[in-house]
Write a protein that binds this ligand. Sequence first.
Ligand SMILES: C[S@@+](CC[C@H](N)C(=O)[O-])C[C@H]1O[C@@H](n2cnc3c(N)ncnc32)[C@H](O)[C@@H]1O
Length: 223
Amino acid sequence: MPDPAYVHAAFSSIAERYVTANHILSMGVDILWRARVVEMVAEWKPANLLDIATGTGDLALAIKKALPEIEVLGTDFCRPMLDVAVRRGLENVLEADAMNLPLEDASYDAATVAFGLRNMADYEKALREFRRVLRPGGHLLVLDFSMPENMFAAPYRLYLHHVLPRIAGWVTGNSGAYDYLGDSIEAFPRGAAFLDLLRRAGFSTPTCLPLCMGIASIYTAEA
Ligand SMILES: C[S@@+](CC[C@H](N)C(=O)[O-])C[C@H]1O[C@@H](n2cnc3c(N)ncnc32)[C@H](O)[C@@H]1O
């Protein structure tokens, strides 16, 4: 399981270059994935939404731009990432550990977490905490990388473990953070295993939508 102190230090060190690195390393595909998330959130028509591990605010800002009627709060435990989010226009932010949110029970209609849960020390404990702040029937959406289980797995592993850390090292000055990325993706439950995890954390009607041959997935569930 990821070490929170390491994760905090890693994101603090790459905060200023995170947005650029993301778009280069994903060749812009992350923008399309977030657009798909926005479409799914729009269908739920939430009055308020908590974007957990909001980082530099990419998803929270995309939701705010497309759906300005939703009250969006972005939360993250890494101040340098939140500082970038605020500079980019995210008004409501909260510095907090996602495993222990200083928010009332059943206070949100929807919660999103993009590329964040994988970095947390205890996935099930974190999911239980997300469920606590959602109202009964409220929607959770998790967008994260997943290891493909098809013919694309071998070339993707080569890219993930050997090519990506080098490119990321040039862009961010910290290739170590991207060695960690590959390892965290390998260790993160995917597909049916993630749906089981959602059920164990108390969520109902879990769904999985694989993206781009399975290199990422969108999971949804109801609290
Ligand atoms: C890869 S970034 C994702 C940021 C953003 N959601 C996006 O889609 O670009 C992961 C974020 O998770 C945050 N994070 C990791 N563990 C956390 C925790 N326990 N509590 C709050 N934030 C956490 C990190 O600080 C970092 O900003």
